[in-house]
Design a protein around this ligand. Structure first.
Ligand SMILES: [Zn+2]
Ligand SMILES: [Zn+2]
Length: 298
């Protein structure tokens, strides 16, 4: 009987320690109505950590939130308190006004904690200036509000450990997004998982160093087949900034990862089958094609 209770306690601890990775937005700069702006949530116990906040981020989180019939109370708007930005490109940061203002209106009482590249402080300052009239009216008018929840604590990062609490350690690493300096990927280490986010990147030796042995690698990709339809100037741009479906297969094979999540996909007329065929030429692990609201527990 004692053993039964010990096993029950152990099981409870293991269940509680489970980290959920949720794709909130699997999109790119293209306004695909099925794919919201780039955003992910890492959920550990009662806490949620966002990676990127593309267009529609709070509504994307609401889809699975308990407030709107989902099972994650962590995704209720007022619980969105910490976010990490891979780089300043608008398809990853365009939801900042939403992330600042909507959770505040829904009851968040503390400032939003933001971690990201150089430029984040300026972006935060200018965004609050842009919405000054709205914020002033909500604070000083008859609407019930609190005086802290719209504020932003912006932390500009460099490579290395950028955040740690009881649930997670987050490391940033410089990736290879063409000429855009200050572009990062992130390594999340929790009690039960190592999850790596590539950010937007061409093949990167630094990513290969940081992503070794991850259970989950969330990596961007473009279709090698679709690439053939691009004009020469776009070919030069994409090769320098992004990773092809053939390249990501080779990379994943070297990294000893369990699961590859393909997201931020540029299809250019191709499809999942074509991309998966390319990746499987070199990688035999699990492959998941990201879609919005997908919950990954592997
Ligand atoms: Zn992007
Ligand atoms: Zn980008």
């Amino acid at each position: 009987m004692k053993i039964f209770y010990l096993l029950l306690i152990l099981f409870t601890i293991l269940v509680e320690a489970e980290t959920h990775l949720i794709v909130l937005g699997s999109g790119t700069p293209n306004p695909d109505p099925q794919r919201s702006g780039s955003a992910y949530a890492v959920i550990v116990d009662e806490d949620v950590y966002l990676v990127d906040f593309g267009y529609g981020v709070v509504r994307s989180a609401s889809v699975l939130s308990s407030q709107y019939g989902g099972k994650f109370n962590q995704l209720n708007a007022k619980n969105l308190k910490i976010a990490f930005l891979t780089h300043i490109h608008s398809d990853h940061s365009g939801g900042l006004a939403d992330l600042v203002l909507t959770p505040w209106i829904m009851g968040r009482e503390e400032p939003l904690e933001l971690y990201g590249p150089q430029g984040l402080k300026d972006m935060s300052k200018h965004l609050l200036a842009a919405y000054k009239l709205d914020i002033d009216y909500r604070i000083n008018g008859s609407q019930p509000s609190n005086p802290e929840g719209f504020k932003i604590n912006a932390h500009e990062i460099e490579e290395g450990l950028i955040y740690m609490d009881k649930n997670v350690r987050v490391e940033a690493f410089v990736n290879n997004h063409g000429g855009l300096n200050n572009s990062y990927g992130f390594v999340f280490k929790t009690k039960d998982k190592k999850i790596v986010f590539s950010g937007d990147t061409a093949p990167s030796t630094n990513l290969n160093k940081f992503a070794q042995g991850a259970q989950i690698l969330v990596h961007e990709v473009y279709s090698s087949e679709g690439f053939l339809t691009k004009t020469d100037d776009w070919k030069i741009y994409h090769q320098a900034h992004h990773t092809s479906s053939k390249e990501i297969g080779l990379i994943a094979n070297e990294l000893n990862i369990d699961t590859l999540v393909l997201s931020h996909i540029l299809y250019w007329g191709s499809n999942d089958l074509s991309i998966l065929k390319d990746v499987k030429e070199s990688f035999s692990g699990n492959i998941i094609v990201a879609s919005d609201s997908l919950v990954i527990n592997q």
